[in-house]
Design a protein around this ligand. Structure first.
Ligand SMILES: Nc1nc2c(ncn2[C@@H]2O[C@H](COP(=O)(O)OP(=O)(O)OP(=O)(O)O)[C@@H](O)[C@H]2O)c(=O)[nH]1
Ligand SMILES: [Mg+2]
Length: 489
């Protein structure tokens, strides 16, 4: 097995367990951990033979970081709580490693299993995460039966993990450019001509000055935006009829390996709904039948300006489109967003919703936010990036009607951060926080830095009694999710 690791991108496995009484425990490490003396080169944890060299203590550090992301005092004490399973990608910069970690439960205790790669190869994990997840889940379906009885010895476990490595190694056949450690995402804006794609993109990019006199987009235009540590390549597919056929026949260029699609329909232009739905149907078919891709699609109903949004006609249009889309995508769940470029927040919100779908670690961040919010009795907690993207959200079950409140809040939340920044600039705030009273609720907004980037946390509370508790618990919470945010996308 050690030989296999030497020739593989995958450098090691770690399986840890958390006992209710005994705490975190390191169960298996492949390759075996080394004695301190075996470490000749202090700077690297991978030797000339391309083998991982970690001591027991170092593997334990990985274990503790892994488990700290899911273990809270609450989870153990609260019986009957749902025991979810999660995958996340976690950096271990101290060891130049990145892991994809799988969490699940046996006998009420957490098992964390990490597949380790060199940090420069982390793209391998992102690119192949679907394949990796499938193999790992299948593996544990069988292996859990053994674990549930008792932990077998490392020697006895060896053949099982060797077999797992052989399966995972098959994913390595597609060569990756090792020089590219950056995360690159392909995002597509599609829809008929005049459906507002380019305007949406310009609004996101806040290049308001360019909005005047925009021309139809000739063919595909690719732009890149840096966001949240990744490079987003945004393909704006001009929608004039002469181009549409090309995108579909050359789907291997345009749609292939897309990570996310925004599909635009002009909500005012009823005459063209069927034409637009037909184009959507063709895209959907190519994605599933030809490219075998499960690219998430976010539906944008554009031009929903404030003066018309509540009219009967627009409401009927929305209903009609939702009904038709549902049929096209075989009744899968989907979300639609009504946007207007005259209300930048509607655009930003729709964009965040898409970006969230790119986030591998979103679920685990949400899980941690939920635990934290419950401890401090927040009704709602939102985590926002400096440019107003909503990274994570929590709504207590008392919030009703959730959908409407979520809409209102997520559209206005970025505005609170803007007000905060203005006050701050004029030195009207002396702490890294601001408090607003809205209706019967208190909005507490705090700013913090995570790895050089500003992050805002917006709490909706019924009073400020818990402020102290928030101040005490917030640093711990932020520390916990810090590494999940660095690998957010
Ligand atoms: N009222 C209103 N007009 C909008 C909105 N978004 C875009 N428009 C207008 O719709 C027209 C078309 O917008 P574009 O962004 O060029 O549309 P497109 O989808 O990029 O078009 P192609 O490049 O031809 O595919 C422009 O005149 C925009 O000003 C909106 O939210 N409200
Ligand atoms: Mg355009």
């Amino acid at each position: 097995m050690e030989k296999l690791f030497e020739t593989s991108i995958i450098k090691g496995f770690v399986l840890s367990y958390s006992h209710t009484e005994k705490g975190p425990e390191l169960i298996y490490t492949f390759p075996y951990y080394k004695k301190q003396e075996a470490k000749s080169n202090e700077d690297s944890n991978i030797n000339e033979r391309n083998e991982i060299i970690l001591t027991q203590q170092e593997f334990m550090k990985i274990t503790i970081k892994n488990l700290s992301l899911v273990l809270t005092d609450e989870i153990i004490s609260s019986e009957g709580e749902e025991k979810p399973q999660y995958f996340c990608i976690i950096p271990f910069p101290d060891f130049f490693l990145t892991a994809i970690t799988y969490y699940h439960y046996i006998n009420g205790n957490v098992i964390a299993f990490s597949v380790l790669v060199h940090e420069n190869d982390r793209n391998f994990l992102y690119k192949n995460h679907n394949g990796i997840k499938k193999i790992i889940i299948e593996f544990f379906k069988k292996f859990d039966k053994i674990l549930a009885q008792n932990f077998i010895s490392q020697e006895e476990a060896h053949p099982y993990f060797e077999n797992l490595l052989i399966q995972l190694k098959e994913l390595e056949n597609q060569k990756l450019d090792p020089a590219i450690a950056d995360r690159k995402m392909k995002i597509i804006l599609a829809g008929l001509d005049d459906s507002g794609k380019t305007s949406f993109l310009l609004t996101v990019d806040r290049k308001f000055s360019k909005l005047m006199n925009i021309k139809p987009t000739a063919g595909a235009k690719v732009q890149s935006i840096q966001a949240l540590g990744a490079t987003l390549f945004i393909w704006d597919l001009g929608g004039q009829r002469k181009y549409l056929a090309k995108y579909l026949t050359k789907s291997s260029i345009y749609l292939y390996e897309s990570d996310l699609i925004f599909y635009f329909i002009d909500i005012k232009n009823r005459e063209r709904f069927d034409e637009s739905l037909d184009y959507l149907r063709r895209i959907h078919k190519i994605l599933y039948k030809e490219l075998n891709q499960d690219t998430p699609i976010v539906y944008i109903f554009s031009k929903g300006d404030i003066d018309i949004i509540d009219t009967r006609e627009i409401k009927q249009n929305i209903k009609y489109l939702k009904f038709k889309i549902k049929d096209i995508i075989n009744k899968k769940k989907f979300r639609t967003h009504v946007t207007s470029i005259f209300e930048i927040t509607t655009v930003l919100r729709a964009f965040s919703e898409g970006i969230k779908k790119l986030s591998f670690n979103r679920k685990l961040i949400n899980y941690n936010l939920k635990k934290f919010s419950r401890k401090i009795n927040a009704y709602i907690t939102l985590l926002l990036s400096n440019d107003g993207l909503i990274l994570s959200n929590y709504y207590s079950t008392q919030i009703k009607p959730k959908e409407i409140i979520q809409d209102v809040l997520e559209i206005t939340a970025p505005q609170f951060t803007i007000i905060y920044k203005i006050f701050y600039k004029f030195k009207a705030l002396n702490k890294e926080q601001a408090i607003f009273e809205v209706a019967n609720s208190i909005f507490l907004i705090k700013r913090t830095k995570i790895l050089g980037q500003d992050i805002f946390i917006l709490f909706v509370l019924n009073n400020l009694n818990k402020q102290n508790k928030i101040n005490i618990l917030l640093p711990e919470f932020l520390d916990r999710i810090k590494s999940l945010l660095t690998t957010y996308i």
